[in-house]
Ligand binder design. Structure first.
Ligand code: GAL
Length: 680
């Protein structure tokens, strides 16, 4: 039985590539890892040719020799299936296994993840290598679990090969049965796109306007998700036949166009995440993000991961600078950041943290993607920090198995996420609100969960006193009912603009808006508009409190039992309704006619008494994150300081500093990049 995620241990690991190093280095490396607090390594996820150097010829001695050492020294191993990197002999002989770009050009050998999920040849050869590996290695004492592939949908989350078109047709036939139904669902009468034979249908291809039928695209993304899931399931089913009792199956992520929740439920024991907060210091997308929110955005990702898999680990945690020879130049983590980012993962619920990677590669495209050790392997600051992390965590083992605690949630669902990916109107409001709500929750120290409506048990919704469902453009009767029952039982639900204006094919409904949510919200939207670029700041008066609208304005009237709570105070629609509430059973639903600005999100959290839920026991500056884990008896408050400068918190009641064991209260200084964990 593995100690990883057993609810009793916090465990550290690393990623090791025996194939990158002379065999003479293996044993000293294993011993050094163990001495420095590493108990687990992940290996083999790109090493197909080490076991199948040519088609159908299998050799096991390489990993046998390595695993002998692991067995001998008590190093635990997560073994990766190697399907992310098909061998050259394979892609050369069977080019149909390759993925293609939108114009059909094949992605060739030389990088990774250049295969498609739907090639029957690739499925057969992948199934065989997985079976062969599992059959030979799964009984090993040192092996505690398996990682399927590596980062499904990473590098490319779009698939345009011939095999994908063929599989897409089968998927659609199953879905729609007749072409008439498909034509209707996709509205192909528009621009004369009507299909008269299944073979006329392809995955999206180059078109004149850089876009294609949006309803087709929505189904295409769903299809990609199903393809990736099936590929994962195929491997997981094989592994299950061989793994020892207590060993686990996981995969690492998290990438787009994939229902990670469903994949985890059907194929994995738990999900693992690859956390690289240093991207905040190199990617353009983060350039304008304020300093104290930069790497804190990874808390958003960890929130997402926690929703996929309550029990989760970090398969790759940043330990060095980022960089391929062709892209990215992120700096080396500053002293303390490796510890900080580890604590960030743990604060959000990870009990296993594995660093990428033990040694920095001296070869290949990732020569600048640094690990714990540099090229020479000499003692350095990062391995010293690893020792410090290990020592700190050994004093905090009681955190293992405790759960992140949140009373506020944001509802999501894959249909809307997939739709928002390529629909500009939907995507823009979605991203604005996602960022604003997250930032507001961070700055008001309001622990937050993401809740997927398509994956939650209805009774779990009752754990949250306040739920936002920012822009569920696509809506079904069943989902509307689920929302109603949450509110009836006493919940507060806040919906944002553009809710329920589409059906599940992404076609706009002809009902009065908000469509299937009209009855629940008692709101009516006679008119709507993007906020014009020259409109300036659009504001809303909510019973005396000013809200800053963002991106979009639904003009909202109250009908029936609905109550008008807020009105626009600017632009040509000043005086029109902007916020309507409706009492339903024991709870209340609000329809807010805009996307959420950070300011508005904050007002909602404050008005509903959800902000700063721990302010009675601690006062924390905005620049720090507050995360809470609990086991029902004790609460553990994590205060993470993401800045280089010290932060001062006010501790209002005596609490135990989990690191020192001392009881602390009053003013307490947290040095830059440090985390304080308090037990209450
Ligand atoms: C991850 C990947 C690793 C390595 C790392 C650094 O996405 O799983 O194999 O490539 O990034 O680029």
């Amino acid at each position: 039985m593995s100690t990883i995620l057993d609810g009793k241990h916090l465990v550290l690991g690393t990623c090791y590539y025996p194939e990158h190093w002379p065999e003479t280095m293996w044993e000293p490396d294993i011993l050094r890892m163990l001495e420095n607090g590493i108990e687990v390594i992940r290996i083999a996820e790109f090493a197909w040719s080490k076991t199948e150097p040519e088609e159908g010829r299998f050799t096991f001695d390489f990993f046998d020799r390595f695993l002998d050492l692991c067995d001998q020294h008590g190093m635990k191993v997560i073994f990766g299936t190697p399907t992310a990197t098909p061998p050259a002999w394979l892609t050369e002989k069977y080019p149909e296994v390759l993925n293609a770009d939108l114009e059909g050009t094949l992605y060739r050998h030389g990088a990774r993840r250049h295969y498609n999920y739907n090639s029957l040849v690739y499925q057969t050869l992948s199934a065989r290598i997985v079976r062969v590996l599992a059959e030979h290695y799964a009984g090993r004492k040192c092996i505690i679990g398996w990682q399927i592939d590596n980062e499904l949908n990473c590098e490319r989350e779009w698939f345009y090969s011939e095999a994908d078109s063929a599989a897409f047709r089968l998927y659609l036939k199953k879905q729609y049965e007749t072409l008439d139904r498909l034509n209707d669902a996709w509205g192909t009468v528009f621009w004369n796109q009507t299909y008269t034979a299944w073979d006329e249908i392809h995955v999206p291809r180059k078109t004149i306007s850089d876009s294609t039928n949006p309803h087709e695209v929505l189904d295409y993304i769903r299809f990609i998700s199903v393809s990736a899931r099936q590929f994962c399931k195929m491997q997981s089913d094989i592994l299950r036949e061989y793994i020892k009792p207590g060993d686990f199956i996981t995969t690492n992520g998290m990438f787009a166009n994939l229902d990670n929740h469903q994949m985890t439920a059907e194929s994995l024991d738990f999900y693992t995440y690859d956390s690289y907060p240093n991207f905040a210091y190199c990617l353009d997308a983060y350039r304008d993000v304020p300093e104290d929110l930069k790497d804190r955005r990874w808390s958003r990702n960890l929130t997402e991961v926690r929703s996929i898999s309550r029990r989760f680990g970090i398969m790759e945690q940043q330990s060095g600078a980022n960089g391929w020879n062709t892209r990215m130049e992120a700096p080396t983590p500053r002293p303390g950041q490796m510890m900080l980012w580890t604590m960030q993962s743990i604060a959000h619920g990870a009990d296993y943290v594995s660093y990428f990677r033990w040694r920095t590669s001296t070869i290949g495209t990732e020569i600048y993607w640094h690990g714990i050790l540099d090229y020479s392997g000499r003692e350095n600051r990062r391995i010293a920090e690893l020792r410090q992390i290990h020592a700190t965590l050994s004093r905090m083992q009681e955190l293992a198995g405790t759960r992140y605690e949140a009373k506020v949630g944001i509802l999501k669902d894959y249909d809307n996420i997939f739709d928002a990916r390529l629909d500009k109107w939907h995507g823009r409001i979605d991203w604005a609100s996602e960022t604003a709500l997250f930032n507001a929750a961070q700055k008001t120290h309001t622990p937050l969960d993401y809740i997927y409506l398509d994956h939650i048990q209805p009774e779990e919704m009752a754990d949250y006193s306040l739920l936002f469902y920012p822009h569920p453009a696509l809506m079904t009767k069943e989902r509307a009912e689920l929302l109603r029952s949450y509110v009836e039982q006493g919940g507060t639900l806040v919906l944002g603009c553009r809710s329920a204006y589409k059906d599940m094919n992404g076609r706009c409904v002809m009902d009065k808006l908000p469509g299937l949510l009209s009855d629940l919200t008692q709101a009516d939207i006679p008119e709507y508009s993007f906020i014009a670029p020259d409109a300036g700041k659009v504001t809303i008066d909510w019973n005396g409190t000013c809200l800053e609208a963002s991106v979009f304005s639904d003009l909202v009237d109250a009908v029936g039992t609905g109550k008008l709570e807020g009105i626009y105070t600017s632009d040509y629609y000043a005086g029109s309704g902007a916020l309507v509430s409706n009492q339903v059973g024991k709870g209340k639903v609000y329809y807010y006619g805009s996307a959420f600005s950070e300011q508005a999100a904050r007002v909602f959290l404050e008005k509903f008494g959800a902000a700063e839920p721990y302010s009675d026991c601690i006062k924390v500056p905005e620049s720090c994150e507050l995360a809470v884990r609990s086991n029902g008896q004790s609460r553990y408050l994590f205060i993470l300081n993401y800045l280089s400068t010290p932060a001062v918190v006010q501790i209002c009641q005596p609490m135990v500093d989990l690191n020192t064991g001392e009881t602390v209260s009053g003013s307490f200084e947290i040095p830059g990049y440090c985390t304080l964990v308090l037990k209450v």
